[in-house]
Design a protein around this ligand. Sequence first.
Ligand code: HEM
Length: 123
Amino acid sequence: MVFAPKIPVILEDPKDFEFTLSELRQYDGIKNPSIYVAIRGVVFDVTKKKDVYGPGGSYAVFAGKDGSKGLGKSSLDPENAVPETEDLDESELRVLDDWFSYFSQRYNIMGKIVPEIEPEAKI
Ligand code: HEM
């Protein structure tokens, strides 16, 4: 399979915790020793790659963030480490899909991103 790790990674069953983007920011390897990275709202646990995503790591810009835009645009600019993908073109969306596939085959899913403010419950 394309993007499959050379040595298959045994993954746990996906968890279904909910994180707002500001809650996710805690998981940057500093405030919280765990490091989570979200792609298209799906939160992956990348703690085992602390050298890469932790403080000073090459891809630390994505730690504690949904960096879908930057992943699609192959950009490490912190301004692009945001979830919005509206201005990605077709080929950038394909790149983003490839990253989703890459992460899905390597990292455990912790849950998903939910809106910052809970909508008022309808009576
Ligand atoms: C000079 C440019 C770059 C070089 C030489 C480079 C090199 C690499 C290498 C060697 C890997 C490891 C691949 C593997 O483990 O199979 C990697 C992974 C990765 N690269 Fe780059 N890269 C570059 C630019 C970028 C840019 C601009 C981005 C922005 C999106 C990026 C995002 C990533 C990500 C997210 C990973 C996966 C890390 C992981 O979870 O293992 N890279 N890169």
